[in-house]
Design a protein around this ligand. Structure first.
Ligand code: SF4
Length: 469
């Protein structure tokens, strides 16, 4: 997808003006938050498991070289071929080469964010290979020509009414009715023969298990196995941070993933892939390839963004983020939206082009509270802001504002005088109406809503008065 994070403000303005987007976001994020809260409340050991999960990920990341080599050895011993890619281009070249060697004309794909990250859709199209997205939500956005707007619910920006209209136009046979069950049935009808005729199946990985060489995926629709089993060739694309040492460690993370992502105890399907079809197997692919992708993960490993490599891509942070809830995923202009995207996008591209993202945050801390691997997301965003400042990337108006504030904050007498003057002036502006409808030099605050007039006295004055009482 084309990265437009440098136009975040413009994208966000457009998103805020869409009333259908607001309905779609409200419906889904509210549902996911409510379901997550219920399932976490029914899991008293959640905090303890969360701590264990963070330690497992930290340990694996600290010994990543060791576990990667162990995984490679064991995956090869199971009959898979392992490929290494430093960049998205290297990864797509490898995947396209495997498809060509297999004489593939069609590839089915089960959703993986890594596939979006490396641009697998564009690479297959350029190679003349038909790509069939098999997840219901991915099928919707493929038909609509949209990029994903959420890492777990990529079609979150669409209401089911919009999906009904889309299927009626694009499916060979229109849905029998416009309710959700009929839409699902229509997608199934459309995709069924594609599953059986595909030459290659491409999937991601939720976890890679070092001591068995297994690839673990979790899905809910049953399309995972239909994508990876009937074709002659199965290609897995996975980021190197997906590793865990053993199956036991994977099960700790599995207990958190589904609860955090969709508010259920477990997903419908948890599949462990161990190499291609063996002589005694009745079905399965003849070849299995695993493409391990770095794409700047080792840079993150070496720097202050290392905790971000714990991420298990559950999406809980975006479901609880007020900014994501208002503007949706497309405004971020990158594969990864929301709080995790505000960190991953600059890390994987460039702080100069994605600098608005770590600033699109109120630092309210809800993302960290719900993150199942306890990633200090607000702290990482603050560190990115600091780096922006020290590299001179902070916009001039923000630099001047912060510079002024810094000067005042170092001089308490002057600070008190300035805040009193500000309170006095604002009360004067909102004198009659009790609210301020237009703000000179800071119109962004009042463009979409009025600001209440401040109370008499500054916060410090009121605090002191309160202590005296
Ligand atoms: S940062 Fe945490 S909450 Fe957000 S997607 Fe990753 S694991 Fe989930």
């Amino acid at each position: 997808m084309e990265q437009t994070s440098h136009r975040f403000k413009e994208n966000a303005e457009r998103a805020l003006a869409s009333s259908t987007l607001r309905v779609a976001l409200d419906r889904t994020t509210t549902l996911l938050r409510t379901r997550r809260a219920a399932v976490v409340a029914a899991f008293p050991e959640f905090a303890e498991v969360r701590g264990t999960a963070a330690r497992i990920k930290d340990h694996t990341i600290a010994h990543l070289d060791h576990y990667l080599e162990m995984f490679e050895r064991n995956a090869i011993a199971s009959g898979a071929k392992v490929h290494w890619a430093r960049t998205p281009d290297e990864a797509t070249d490898i995947i396209v080469r495997i498809c060509r060697q297999a004489g593939a004309r069609t590839a089915t794909r089960v959703k993986s964010m890594l596939g979006e990250e490396i641009g697998i859709g564009e690479a297959l199209a350029a190679a003349g290979i038909e790509r069939v997205e098999t997840d219901l939500a991915e099928h919707i956005i493929q038909l609509a020509g949209d990029p994903p707007s959420h890492i777990v619910m990529p079609a979150m920006h669409k209401t089911h009414e919009e999906v009904a209209e889309l299927f009626s136009r694009k499916h060979r046979r229109a849905p029998d009715a416009l309710d959700v069950a009929s839409l699902v049935e229509s997608a199934r009808r459309e995709l069924r023969e594609k599953f059986l005729s595909a030459d290659v199946g491409i999937s991601g990985a939720n976890f890679l298990i070092a001591d068995t060489g297994s690839v673990v995926t979790v899905t809910n629709e049953g399309n995972g196995e239909l994508t990876t089993t009937p074709p002659r060739v199965h290609i897995v694309n996975a980021g190197i941070e997906k590793l865990v040492p053993t199956v036991e460690h994977a099960t700790v993370l599995l207990r958190l993933l589904s609860r955090s992502a969709i508010g259920t105890e477990f997903t419908q399907y948890t599949t462990f892939y161990n190499g291609p079809r063996r002589e005694s197997d009745r079905d399965g692919p003849r070849e299995m390839h695993i493409v391990l992708v770095d794409n700047r993960r080792t840079d993150m490993l070496a720097g202050f963004l290392r905790p971000m490599l714990r991420c298990i891509r559950c999406g809980a942070c975006m479901n609880h983020c007020p900014v994501y809830g208002a503007v949706g995923g497309h405004a971020y202009g990158a594969v990864y939206p929301g709080p995790m995207g505000a960190i991953l996008t600059p890390a994987m591209s460039n702080l100069a082009v994605a600098g608005d993202l770590p600033n699109a945050c109120t630092l309210n801390g809800r993302c960290r509270e719900v993150c199942p691997v306890d990633i200090p997301l607000p702290d990482l965003m603050r560190r990115l802001r600091e780096e922006q400042w020290s590299r001179g990337l902070t916009p001039r108006v923000v630099r001047s504002g912060l510079g002024l504030w810094g000067t005042l904050a170092r001089r308490p007498g002057l600070y008190r005088l300035a805040t009193r003057l500000a309170v006095f002036s604002l009360r004067l502006v909102g004198w009659r109406a009790g609210r301020i409808g237009a703000f000179p030099l800071a119109g962004g605050w009042t463009r979409h809503r009025d600001l209440p007039s401040p109370q008499r006295g500054t916060f410090m004055d009121q605090y002191r008065a309160g202590r005296r009482r």
